[in-house]
Design a protein around this ligand. Sequence first.
Ligand code: PRP
Ligand code: ZN
Ligand code: MG
Length: 213
Amino acid sequence: MMQNIRIAIQKSGRLSEDSIDLFKECGIKLDMGKGRLKSVSSNFNAEFLFLRDDDIPGYVEDGVADLGIVGENVLVESAKKVNLVKKLGFSKCRLSIAIPREESFEGPQSLQNKSIATSYPKLLSKYLKENGIKANIHEISGSVEIAPSIGLADAVCDIVSSGSTLLSNGLKEVQEIFKSEAVLIGNKNLSAENKSILEKILFRINAVQKAQD
Ligand code: PRP
Ligand code: ZN
Ligand code: MG
């Protein structure tokens, strides 16, 4: 009997629905029962692990999962050693700097000596360094957008998709620093068997994407 390839996808959030849809369109059945963290496909050699997106690159690096779908932002920030197998073209978003609506921004120098709240310290540091800016990075894991209004930071650096989170927190986007979309990642040492299952999955994904063009 062939083993199952283990695929990690986001449990809930911006990527989860599109990730599930992708496999369904590929004809790979997965049922995501309420609260279930694992599901074995009934018609394909795959099992799905439903995890927090931030944890997925680490699980794929360690081989707990063979494949995973995450935002490129999460992948790059994690600095985990995995293969970027394919960009998937959905869940597009950007990592941007945002400041209170009433303030002005004259380019990166406006951030000099300011404090910036973010869940993406590595990507933000890189941007600041490239622009010769010294700023104080406050790393927080969620609800980043409320930081300026509670006096925790002067600015934020967070993911923007529709922009509605920024808007409802009185912030405006002033500088995009990274463009992101969902990517398929893979462990660097897949078994021969898993490599052949991955080939089948890629063949189907390509067919789905062709049909959508
Ligand atoms: C991002 C960000 C905001 C939201 C912005 O979170 O932290 O919460 O998306 O989207 P909007 O511009 O459409 O309002 P993400 O979905 O990456 O989830 P996570 O940070 O909770 O993992
Ligand atoms: Zn997350
Ligand atoms: Mg968020």
